[in-house]
Unconditional design. Structure first.
Length: 373
């Protein structure tokens, strides 16, 4: 039997809200995952992309990763990884994670499918990797998956690493591939890119987005409050997979409070009494709708202890997008927000050009909006 840890989207170096403590949080959750894997004596680690928050990480971010990899090196453990969209250089340059190959870090599939055979517990395991394939590379993705499927037929134990948006886990316009196009001959599909975690174990291949190890945006709060942030501990033996989510304990509690002047203090107090807040001060993004005495609000918030408050943001009107049952396309959301078909179409065009790395078209559209030559 072989045991491995699947983690993803660690975004080392991300200084969320321009806060030093949030950058530290990302390092802490990453190190908790690494230490947990070592405590479980896993045979190897699998990281499915967005190791760093940017393709040119800070010296601090690289040093934190180096220290973690030294721990693995001393225990004779290997980390296999692929690039996420944040990891891929925007110009001709070296991939940051490849610098640490002397510590046993093995980067796979930078431009196309790459497979290796590893042996743990006396069994061969086919390990295949394909990094993020956005923009023009997207057109080759399905063919790469087909190629991988052919390779996997010859192996009892197999793992595919990929960093892509897969429908239906994201809306179709934000995806590079549909789930029906994924390989079927692998035993475990280890995916990155989606920050909410998914682990589908009731059929083969077992499919999982390990999810991010910390919250990158308020969009992740709902899933975080329900499931926390986690990594996957996976056993593979004789063609069988046993995978379980392991919740991380160090992730700082984040929440967003949308309230009004009459009830904002009560709502904040309720949040601070939430079970499960760890030793870190919770970070709350506060928005107060309607008329409010701003000086009074700020004075009252200073009375709250052991909490970090972003804001408050004061909004006189509640802004919302009416969600309708047939809102299955990204354009529907643009139309609901702008309430103008022309603006919705323009927004969608800008979104698609950025997604496809067509910067020239993006700049042209924005210049036209601003009426700049």
């Amino acid at each position: 039997m072989a045991r491995f840890l699947h983690l993803s989207d660690t975004h080392l170096g991300y200084r969320q809200y321009m806060m030093d403590l949030r950058e530290e949080d990302f390092y802490e959750s990453f190190n908790e995952a690494i230490d947990f894997g070592l405590e479980e004596n896993v045979d190897f680690f699998v990281h499915t992309g967005d190791l760093f928050d940017t393709w040119s990480p800070s010296n601090r971010a690289m040093n934190e990763f180096k220290k973690a990899m030294i721990k693995l090196y001393k225990k004779n453990k290997t980390m296999y990884l692929i690039m996420g969209d944040h990891d891929r250089p925007k110009r001709t340059d070296e991939v940051a994670s490849r610098i640490f190959d002397f510590l046993g870090v093995k980067l796979l599939g930078t431009e196309e499918l790459q497979s290796i055979v590893i042996n743990y517990g006396g069994e061969d395991i086919l390990l295949s990797g394909i990094s993020n394939m956005k923009g023009l590379r997207k057109n080759n993705l399905v063919e790469q998956y087909r190629k991988a499927d052919v390779e996997a037929k010859s192996y009892k134990n197999s793992i595919m690493m990929s960093h892509q948006g897969v429908s239906p886990y994201l809306i179709p316009e934000a995806c590079e591939v549909d789930s029906k196009d994924l390989p079927v001959n692998y035993k475990y599909l280890a995916f990155g890119h989606v920050h909410d975690s998914y682990l589908i174990t009731d059929k083969y291949p077992v499919f999982s987005y390990a999810g991010s190890t910390d919250l990158n945006s308020t969009n992740e709060i709902k899933n975080f409050l329900r499931n926390g942030k986690s990594v996957n501990l996976v056993d593979i033996e004789n063609g069988k997979i046993d995978a379980q989510r392991v919740k991380l304990k160090s992730t700082r509690y984040l929440n967003a409070v949308n309230t009004n002047y009459a009830s904002y203090m009560d709502d904040m107090q309720k949040i601070l009494k939430t079970p499960g807040i760890n030793g870190k001060e919770p970070l709350i993004s506060l928005t107060i709708h309607g008329d409010a005495d701003r000086d009074d609000v700020k004075a009252n918030l200073l009375l709250l202890k052991n909490v970090i408050i972003r804001g408050p943001v004061f909004e006189k009107e509640v802004k919302s997008i009416e969600e309708k049952p047939n809102m299955s396309k990204l354009q529907d959301y643009f139309k609901a927000y702008f309430k103008d078909d022309q603006m919705a179409s323009l927004a969608e065009n800008i979104f698609n050009s950025i997604k496809n790395e067509d910067n020239e078209t993006s700049y042209r559209l924005i210049r036209e909006i601003m009426q700049v030559e």
